[in-house]
Ligand binder design. Structure first.
Ligand code: NAD
Ligand code: UDP
Length: 318
């Protein structure tokens, strides 16, 4: 039973709702006729991302850090709060791991009290530098437990453990998604992620910073596809918990990504080669067989089209 079963709209909590993905998710949940409570400590997110919702009576914002307990009344919880880009999550690594572990525990306790369904935004980083390619959900990963990415990777792995243990111990309904690199409008222009970095550099005519030789690969998912996968997972059949990969299987090297962005922008920026960060994964590509079978989901937006939309956003935002 939900706390508000007399209520005709679902009340949904989105942690990290003022961030890149959270704000797009909230737009979708509101468009679907829900009420949304956005909880965010504004570490990497900004009120600008949800400013267009200020006068929407079905939207509420609460400034709160999820490492502290939260008492609210909702029907569903999407837990997205966590810095996601390497420079942000490495800024205060102890805080990053606390956000994943203590924050997840607080959201799971809340879900237990309310009998609410709870969703965890996990990541392809749980596979580390993968030796299985493409990555299937049954692969346990290859993660350095003591490196500079570990605060994020191991924090997210531990959060997955907590979700499954809470489910087994208390019976709460959980949904765990593993998100592969996602891009689109509202990415933070200075968060250091490759798509935003290259676009900003190209538009400003600055050098394009390729780390290493640029032969490492990633698979880039456009934000609207990802949000569709998230909502499908939350609404999937009872008993399906994931973890499920959501990402675009199109695989590109960083050199190919740079070439695409230079081509679309017509920029004359030059490529410069900089040192590869420690533990940078060599390759990443989702196997989406499970998402196709369970959620009827697959991405619709090809890289070129998604880059064009993202570049159009940054042209206005810069
Ligand atoms: P983001 O940095 O834009 O958003 C994260 C949000 O969480 C921000 O608004 C931030 O202020 C908030 N936050 C951070 N710590 C918090 C805390 N302790 N309490 C409350 N709020 C807090 O990043 P994003 O790209 O939107 O990522 C959202 C989620 O998706 C994250 O959990 C991330 O790990 C996951 N994810 C994202 C990607 C991607 O490619 N974007 C890939 C894999 C996983
Ligand atoms: N990268 C790069 N130049 C940049 C930023 C990132 O070559 O300016 C590389 C980075 O080394 C990695 C890939 O792009 O191999 C993706 O980096 P990002 O931080 O976007 O995501 P993640 O490494 O978490 O997948």
């Amino acid at each position: 039973m939900t706390v508000n079963n007399y209520h005709h709209r679902r009340r949904i909590l989105v942690t990290g709702g003022a961030g890149f993905l959270g704000s797009h998710l909230i737009d979708r949940l509101l468009a679907d006729g829900n009420e949304v409570l956005c909880v965010d400590n504004l570490f990497t997110g900004t009120k600008d991302n949800v400013a267009h919702l200020r006068d929407n009576p079905n939207f509420e914002f609460l400034r709160h850090d999820i490492t502290e307990p939260l008492q609210v009344e909702v029907d569903e919880i999407y837990n997205l709060a966590c810095p996601a880009s390497p420079i942000h999550y490495q800024y205060d690594p102890v805080k990053t791991i606390k956000t994943s572990v203590v924050g997840a525990t607080n959201m799971l306790e809340l879900a237990k009290r309310l009998g609410a369904k709870v969703f965890q935004a996990s990541t392809s980083e749980v596979y580390g530098d993968p030796s299985v390619h493409p990555q299937v959900e049954s692969y346990w990963g290859n993660v350095n437990p003591i490196g500079i990415r570990s605060c994020y990777d191991e924090g997210k792995r531990c959060a997955e453990t907590l979700f499954f243990d809470y489910h087994r111990q208390t019976g709460i309904e959980i949904k765990v998604i593993r998100i592969f690199n996602t891009y689109g409008p509202r990415m933070h222009r200075a968060d250091g992620r490759v798509v935003s970095n290259f676009i900003v550099q190209a538009l400003r005519g600055e050098d394009i910073s390729i780390y290493g030789d640029g032969s490492q690969s990633r698979s880039f998912c456009y934000v609207s596809d990802l949000i569709d996968g998230m909502v499908r997972l939350m609404n999937s059949r009872d008993g399906f918990h994931g973890p499920v990969n959501i990402g675009n299987p199109g695989e590109f090297t960083m050199l190919q990504l740079a070439e695409n962005i230079l081509d679309i922008t017509g920029s004359k920026s030059q490529l410069v080669f900089e040192p590869l960060p420690q533990d940078d994964p060599r390759q990443r590509k989702p196997d989406i067989t499970l998402a196709q079978a369970e959620l009827g989901w697959e991405p619709k937006v090809a890289l070129r089209e998604g880059l064009e939309k993202t570049i159009a956003y940054f042209e206005k935002a810069l």
